[in-house]
Design a protein around this ligand. Structure first.
Ligand code: DC
Length: 227
């Protein structure tokens, strides 16, 4: 590699709901001059479309057929399905409630793996559940970002309130715990720390502290734009 050539780093950030993955990944991507990939948004967008088509998670054949006609695109922080902007809709509680069941299914995961890898041609900071274990097992830097469930629920609660939505802390906590259990125990691509990953517990860390740790680890690998 030439002296001035910037390496196209692949950085993965996996972890449970509400650990701060997407906020952290977005900042790290910005600081490193890399694109950001929110894979949870892709699973959410597919879930939204399947629900709209009246399909339930047990209808494997219908799901496989429907996936042929679902096209997700990501651009400038917006998520679209078949050309329709669904950025706000995919954050609704109805999607929260259904996304784990759909994303546990083999046809859904198989349909999305290639698409996710294609996004990394210029390097990437990708966040999700199986980025370091399945999608980018050869990533340059793998982070497993976690936090205590109560803290993660508090963060989700705050986000909702700030968006002007009604929120119930106890309900969010119950849901955070349920979704983690489901994501960790599913058969395909379960949520777990990847081989060779760095585990960061953000319970008592600020966003800035977490991003600083990741950016310095990435810079040690010799890449990224100067800020
Ligand atoms: O990060 P999030 O809350 O937007 O993710 C929503 C759901 O999508 C999560 O419960 C599990 C699923 N998901 C997944 O299975 N694999 C990923 N790489 C990202 C998300």
């Amino acid at each position: 590699m030439g002296k001035n050539e910037v390496r196209k780093l692949v950085i993965t950030i996996d972890g449970p709901a509400g650990a701060g993955k997407s906020t952290v990944a977005r900042i790290v991507a910005n600081k490193m001059g890399l694109p950001y990939l929110d894979t949870g948004a892709i699973y959410r967008a597919v879930t939204l479309k399947l629900i709209e088509d009246g399909i339930t998670p047990d209808e494997t054949e219908r799901i496989t057929a429907a996936l042929e006609n679902i096209s997700v695109s990501l651009s400038g922080g917006k998520v679209s399905v078949n050309g329709r902007d669904v950025t706000a809709e995919i954050r609704r509680p109805a999607i929260d409630a259904a996304v784990s069941s759909f994303s546990a299914l083999r046809p859904v995961r198989d349909a999305l793996i290639g698409f996710q890898r294609e996004q990394a041609s210029e390097g990437i900071v990708a966040d999700g559940r199986d980025m370091g274990t399945v999608v980018f097992p050869d990533a340059d830097l793998k982070i497993f970002l976690t936090a205590e469930a109560e803290e993660r629920a508090r963060r989700r609660y705050k986000e909702r309130v700030e968006r002007g939505e009604t929120a119930d802390y106890e309900e969010i906590l119950r849901y955070v715990n349920e979704r983690d259990l489901y994501d960790m125990n599913r058969e395909i691509a379960p949520l777990r720390p990847a081989l060779g990953c760095v585990i960061l517990d953000s319970t008592k860390m600020t966003i800035e502290e977490v991003t600083d740790v990741i950016v310095s680890l990435a810079r040690e690998l010799g890449a990224g734009k100067e800020s």
